[in-house]
Ligand binder design. Structure first.
Ligand code: HEC
Ligand code: HEC
Ligand code: HEC
Ligand code: HEC
Ligand code: HEC
Ligand code: HEC
Length: 267
């Protein structure tokens, strides 16, 4: 099994593989390069995998990877399973086993072969510790399901009732319980989903925020200037407050996810 560790190596090897393996690439995004490589192995197609791994194949047909095709797969067959696991002929010939196949649960590099932009996001100063090996993609993405934006362990547990959060928040809540607790004064922004404010992979801003200044809040809360030069946000004059810094870090609205005591989310 071999795929490049260093980014330049991936790009160089990747372009070669692109030419060799990608048969139909009309729908491929620019960043798509190639599946992981396994020395001496060829593509066998999804059907061959389903013979032994029927449980993984069941919901797979609506997965965004299901219809990927690579040269060498039996004629007319999709090789979506092998887009992440690498060509499977040697694994199938050996009757399975843990060797001769890539497991991207342990090697997220297998995903980065194609999702270069995501790799770059995880290298930004504030990021989820995936490259450090403390987390992996499947804690937020179900690689085999029809809905890849759902954490796999949540599919098994079913959807947690009661909180009324968007799906995305529920997968975040698996680890960040504090932010997802029901509150007396819930910040309605949470209904829009965590990605309204957070870049889930990584960002240059503290707390992986999508914006580091007041614009983060002002995209929903209009800032209105009166003729007298006063600045209102909501019903409150904010003229002097705004010079103190960001709405949440200047000591004002510190309880951004919600508060049990203050409707204005100040503590
Ligand atoms: C002949 C039956 C058979 C076929 C066909 C087969 N597998 Fe497997 N596979 C197995 C067995 C057995 C294991 C070992 C399971 C275990 O140890 O728990 C396995 C393990 C795996 C693993 C886990 C490897 C690891 O390191 O954890 C992956 C991934 C995998 N198979 C993917 C595939 C893919 C993709 C295909 C199609 C290209 C495929 N398999 C075809 C029998 C098969
Ligand atoms: C988007 C990438 C992706 C695709 C496509 C994909 N897998 Fe996987 N597969 C993974 C990841 C990631 C894991 C590790 C899951 C984990 O650690 O929980 C995995 C794990 C596995 C395992 C080992 C499970 C275990 O418990 O050891 C098998 C078997 C497997 N996949 C088979 C398949 C088959 C069959 C298909 C096609 C129907 C497929 N995969 C398509 C990413 C993918
Ligand atoms: C062989 C290339 C390849 C590999 C390897 C690969 N992907 Fe993908 N992935 C794609 C393509 C192509 C799409 C479809 C993109 C589109 O429709 O814009 C996609 C789509 C996705 C999407 C949905 C994107 C969207 O906007 O709907 C997610 C999430 C994703 N992949 C995660 C993963 C994860 C996690 C892994 C590793 C476990 C992985 N991918 C491995 C090629 C790949
Ligand atoms: C902390 C949870 C989390 C982890 C861990 C995570 N993702 Fe994501 N990912 C998300 C969420 C949430 C979105 C949806 C973003 C949006 O809608 O703006 C997303 C979007 C994506 C997309 C589509 C959009 C894009 O930026 O291209 C891809 C591809 C993707 N993730 C791949 C991966 C891969 C590969 C890994 C592992 C190396 C991974 N993700 C790990 C939460 C996560
Ligand atoms: C599998 C567990 C897990 C999931 C799921 C998860 N996170 Fe995290 N999150 C972590 C870990 C681990 C850290 C790093 C904490 C550290 O380094 O001390 C972190 C850090 C963060 C931070 C930075 C916190 C700080 O104080 O700087 C934010 C913001 C965050 N996550 C948001 C999210 C969002 C949004 C989602 C859902 C899309 C999510 N997380 C899903 C485990 C998770
Ligand atoms: C996705 C949209 C959205 C974003 C982004 C957003 N909010 Fe909100 N916020 C709302 C909605 C909707 C309400 C409830 C209706 C209202 O009071 O305006 C609300 C209510 C509030 C309230 C209570 C107002 C009151 O008088 O009861 C405060 C305080 C607040 N937000 C602060 C912030 C801060 C600080 C930020 C930036 C960190 C922010 N909001 C970002 C949508 C958003």
């Amino acid at each position: 099994m071999s795929f490049g560790r260093a980014l330049p190596a991936i790009i160089v090897a990747g372009l070669g593989l692109w030419a060799l393996f990608l048969a139909s690439c009309s729908t491929f995004p620019q960043s798509t390069i190639a599946p992981p490589k396994i020395d001496g192995a060829t593509f066998v197609g999804n059907k061959a995998c389903a013979e032994c791994h029927a449980n993984f194949a069941r919901a797979f047909s609506s997965n965004p990877h299901a219809r990927l095709q690579f040269e060498g797969a039996p004629h007319g067959q999709h090789a979506g399973c092998e887009s992440c696991h690498g060509p499977g002929s040697l694994h199938v010939k050996a009757g399975g086993g843990r060797r001769l196949i890539v497991n991207p649960g342990r090697e997220p590099q297998a995903c980065f072969n194609c999702h270069l932009d995501v790799h770059a996001q995880f290298k930004l100063p504030q990021h989820h510790p995936v490259l450090e090996g403390r987390m992996n993609c499947v804690q937020c993405h179900d690689p085999h399901g029809g809905d890849i934006f759902q954490a796999s362990h949540r599919t098994a547990l079913g959807v947690r009732p009661g909180i009324g959060f968007a799906r995305l928040n529920e997968s975040c809540a698996e680890c960040h319980r504090e932010q997802a607790r029901p509150m007396v004064f819930q910040h309605e922004a949470l209904r829009e989903g965590s990605t309204t404010c957070h870049q889930p992979h990584g960002s240059i801003a503290d707390k992986m925020l999508v914006q580091r200044d007041n614009n983060l809040c002002l995209k929903c809360h209009a800032q209105v200037a009166t003729l007298g030069g006063q600045i209102f946000i909501g019903e409150t004059v904010h003229t002097t407050f705004l010079s103190r810094g960001a709405c949440w870090s200047a000591g004002c609205h510190t309880a951004v996810h919600g508060s049990n005591i203050d409707r204005k989310l100040r503590h």
